[in-house]
Design a protein around this ligand. Structure first.
Ligand SMILES: Nc1ncnc2c1ncn2[C@@H]1O[C@H](COP(=O)(O)OP(=O)(O)OP(=O)(O)O)[C@@H](O)[C@H]1O
Ligand SMILES: [Mg+2]
Length: 429
């Protein structure tokens, strides 16, 4: 066998010779923001999510919005029949939009269709879903890791070569990592996950990787019979349904990317009748909860070792910020002491293992949002300042200061959690 002769490649400077192509704006503000301010021509996106969460609905709406703006939009479904997609389009009121629909699973045919010479410039190609697409050259069933990798690579190459923006839908499989969107995350430019709790109407589009913009942005949608509606003011939504005078409930002033979001954190602490107390967390990291409990125990003498602990982020949102530590601790202490937190109060701060409360970034943005929602008080790390005159600050230096303030209010009130607060033993949310 003759070895190929090695050739040197031409290197260039970092000075860009071509002007950046303008972004493609769909007009769905929540979608555009998560994409980093619109779609980049020639890029590849992956939209992942659980089955049935609303991926096809979201992308059909986005494609229709783009088609209405004059962008060429092709929607290829390998999962549904043309009649099914048309029925959805009718339900969403999009039947009259100039989206070009195709039903196909063979990659060669899809690319031949899109590459067919046309007078119009490249636009958007949606593949719903990448797990149904197969390349003839790969000898494996659709949805297997090798098909997924091979077809994605081909589609990414096609996007870069042709200037089409390719959006791939990926199902999160039960096994999580195997043959799920994770396998192809590194190949695409942007990865968005569509999340939500099936019990809630609200859906969150979260950017987890973006080569052309910030990540950790979220877009909030409301799933209605007429499709996904944008939620312009998520804080008001996440705080709706909050009850005054309820212990264990606090308002966390968080940040999701560039946007402040207020959300209710609920905790329930109850004496356990089990040998190993239960720790149930919805919407937050259970490891982080264990850390807050350990700090409460060691630094504040508040032992919850014999208590079941339930923690829930209301509205189906997932929080990743360490700035929620103090809010979680406050919810736990409030429930344990059976003392409601102030209804007009927001809270944020990071807790260190020594029990110190650390300042967090963008505190004024958080407080501004709290003021906008009518809150007048905030429990914050010591050293936090604000330009919001309507908010009075309660600075906390050590976590024990917070436990002391709740315990002082609990004076005279029974310290143990009430019997009726005790959860049902086989409640396994
Ligand atoms: N007639 C309807 N009225 C209200 N909501 C509906 C209706 N039909 C479907 N939906 C909503 O749309 C969701 C399904 O949306 P969609 O098909 O876009 O999800 P998906 O993520 O693409 O699912 P799949 O994993 O099957 O591809 C349903 O879970 C339901 O909430
Ligand atoms: Mg679908």
């Amino acid at each position: 066998m003759q070895l190929k002769k090695k050739q040197a490649i031409a290197l260039s400077s970092l000075i860009a010779e071509e002007a950046e192509a303008p972004r493609i704006i769909s007009g769905i503000a929540e979608f555009d923001r998560v994409c980093g301010g619109g779609l980049v021509p020639g890029s590849a996106l992956l939209v992942g999510g659980d089955p049935g969460i609303g991926k096809s609905t979201l992308l059909l709406q986005a494609t229709a919005a783009l088609a209405r703006c004059g962008v060429r939009a092709i929607y290829i479904s390998g999962e549904e029949s043309a009649a099914q997609v048309k029925l959805r389009a009718k339900r969403l009121g999009l039947a009259d939009t100039p989206v070009e629909l195709g039903i196909e699973t063979r990659l060669g045919n899809i690319l031949a269709t899109v590459e067919k010479p046309a007078e119009r410039p490249p636009g958007i190609l949606v593949i719903d879903s990448i797990q149904t697409v197969m390349a003839d050259a790969i000898d494996a069933a659709p949805g297997t890791v090798s098909q997924l990798r091979g077809t994605t690579q081909e589609l990414v190459r096609f996007a870069k070569r042709s200037g089409w923006t390719v959006i791939l839908v990926g199902h999160v499989t039960k096994e999580g990592q195997i043959a799920g969107p994770r396998v192809i995350e590194h190949m695409v430019d942007t990865v968005l996950y569509f999340e939500g709790d099936r019990g809630h109407r609200f859906r969150i589009l979260r950017g987890v990787k973006n080569r052309f913009g910030p990540t950790d942005e979220i877009g909030v949608f409301d799933m209605t019979g007429n499709g996904l509606e944008e939620v312009a003011n998520p804080s008001a939504l996440f705080l709706s349904g909050r009850r005054d005078n309820s212990s264990g409930s606090v308002v966390f002033a968080g940040m999701e990317g560039s946007r402040p979001v207020l959300v209710e954190i609920q905790a329930l602490v109850a004496q356990t009748s089990l040998g190993t107390p239960r720790r149930t967390v919805v919407g937050w990291d259970s490891g982080r909860l264990a850390m807050v409990l350990a700090v409460l125990d060691t630094r504040c003498n508040l032992s919850l070792g014999s208590c079941d602990v339930y923690l829930n982020i209301a509205g189906g949102l997932r929080i990743y910020e360490p700035a929620a530590d103090l809010a979680v601790a406050a919810a736990l202490i409030s429930s344990y002491c059976n003392v409601p937190a102030r209804f007009d109060s927001a809270i944020f701060g990071e807790i260190s293992l020594s029990g110190e409360v650390r300042t967090v970034a963008q505190s004024d943005k958080r407080l501004k949002e709290a003021a906008k929602l009518g809150l007048t008080h905030a429990i914050v790390p010591a050293g936090t300042t604000t330009a919001q005159p309507e908010i009075s600050l309660q600075p906390i230096e050590m976590l024990s200061d917070l436990t002391d303030s709740f315990l002082a209010q609990a004076d005279g009130v029974a310290m143990q959690p009430r019997d009726q607060d005790r959860p049902h033993e086989n409640d396994n949310r």
